[in-house]
Design a protein around this ligand. Structure first.
Ligand SMILES: CC(=O)N[C@@H](CCC[C@H](N)C(=O)O)C(=O)O
Length: 375
């Protein structure tokens, strides 16, 4: 059985090897090595691309899945940790090192304590993009291992350690990535009349995008358009022939997603006309909302409220995205936040979640899954 020290060691090992979506090769190997040291009698293991699936045979013919995501982000770490990322320009800045460690702690427990229901652990690649849940479902990778219920957690830096938060129904937003390429005519800085400057066209586009939510979305609904990358040009005295924006759209309803996309396209058409350029919009990968099964979420909340050392918090809807939403479209289940009390937030190069939360989450979910009966 793994001890707390072993789990901290594993979390730090994951932390040092963050890998981007569908490139989680070392991460997959570390998962498999760790799982191979567990009691094997009731385990069945399979892999698909960089994903790992482990089924634990239980007493009742009812399967509860638990999902942990595996990928890191293209962020240069600035935590100052002795166990900081060894992969330059990549970091576990969204807590997936925690998510995997907690899942391993649970798996280790149930490998040597027969669970009431069958358990299915899903170590899923590419949550940050392009998305691993949908391809797993579409390729029917689970086959006969179909879950009856599914659960997952996400660390929450804003909540104190010992907190668990969720809500029935809508928890996270619909998302769409956004990649916008501007193509014009470059030229000499001193001859602007011979070119059409894509830095200026791009700047106009960025400014106009700020009206999309403010002037098209019902204030009682919610939407976000964030442009996280702006790039263009090659030299200070060369007029840029191209520019590129990268971002993401978040909406609580699918109707608002369609409104945002059509407004972006209308703005692009206007900029194309006024700057005599071409603009191509690519929506990359899209995630559906995360919608918790109301009955299961109420039951999970009720259980959490009975647990000593746990403070249950009624969550608000968040504009984060999660491709766990695709699993929840397929199987009833619950996603919840785990308090990790970091002074810096998710996707911050200084994210410092408290490792104390790992043991708390494992204990909580061991108790929950041990008490869980088929519906
Ligand atoms: C929990 C979390 O932070 N998830 C990510 C999901 C990103 C999806 C996709 N790459 C996008 O940017 O739209 C998030 O940023 O919310």
């Amino acid at each position: 059985m793994m001890k707390m020290n072993d789990l901290i060691h594993i979390r730090r090992a994951f932390h040092q090897i963050p890998e981007l979506g569908f490139n989680e090769f070392k991460t997959q190997q570390l998962l498999l090595d760790t799982i191979s040291n567990m009691e094997q009698t009731r385990l069945q293991i399979k892999t698909w691309k960089t994903a790992v699936f482990v089924r634990v045979e239980g007493r009742q013919d009812y399967t509860i899945a638990y999902r942990a995501d595996m990928d890191g982000l293209p962020i240069t770490e600035e935590t100052g940790y002795s166990f900081a990322s060894k992969h330059e320009g990549a970091m576990h800045a969204c807590g997936h090192d925690f998510h995997m460690t907690i899942a391993l702690g649970l798996l280790d427990h149930f490998a040597s304590h027969e669970p009431e229901c069958h358990l299915l652990f899903i170590f899923q690649p590419a949550e940050e993009g392009p998305g691993g849940a949908k391809p797993i479902i579409e390729a029917d990778v689970l086959g006969a291992w179909q879950p009856d219920e599914i659960y997952a957690l996400h660390i929450d830096p804003n909540l104190p350690v010992g907190s668990i938060a969720t809500k029935p129904g809508l928890l996270f937003a619909n998302t769409s990535e956004l990649f916008i390429d501007f193509q014009g005519k470059g030229g000499h800085a001193a001859y602007p009349h011979t070119a059409n400057d894509m830095v200026v066209a791009c700047a106009h586009f960025v400014t106009q995008v700020q009206t999309v939510v403010a002037r098209n979305i019902d204030p009682l609904d919610s939407a976000v358009v964030t442009l996280g990358v702006i790039a263009g040009g090659t030299k200070q005295n060369v007029i840029a022939a191209t520019a590129r924006l990268e971002g993401t759209i978040r909406t609580l309803s699918m109707a608002s997603m369609e409104v945002v996309k059509s407004r972006l396209e209308a703005i692009a058409a206007g900029i194309e006309a006024s700057f005599a350029c071409k603009i191509a919009i690519d929506y990359g990968s899209n995630y559906c909302e995360v919608y918790n099964d109301p009955e299961l979420a109420e039951a999970f909340a009720a259980f959490s409220k009975t647990r000593k050392g746990i403070t249950f918090v009624e969550a608000e809807e968040a504009m984060t995205g999660e491709d766990f939403g695709y699993f929840l479209k397929q199987y009833p289940g619950v996603m919840f936040w785990l308090g990790v009390d970091s002074p810096y937030g998710l996707h911050d190069s200084r994210l410092q979640p408290s490792e104390e939360a790992i043991g708390i989450a494992i204990e909580h979910m061991v108790a929950f899954l041990s008490a869980k009966k088929p519906r």
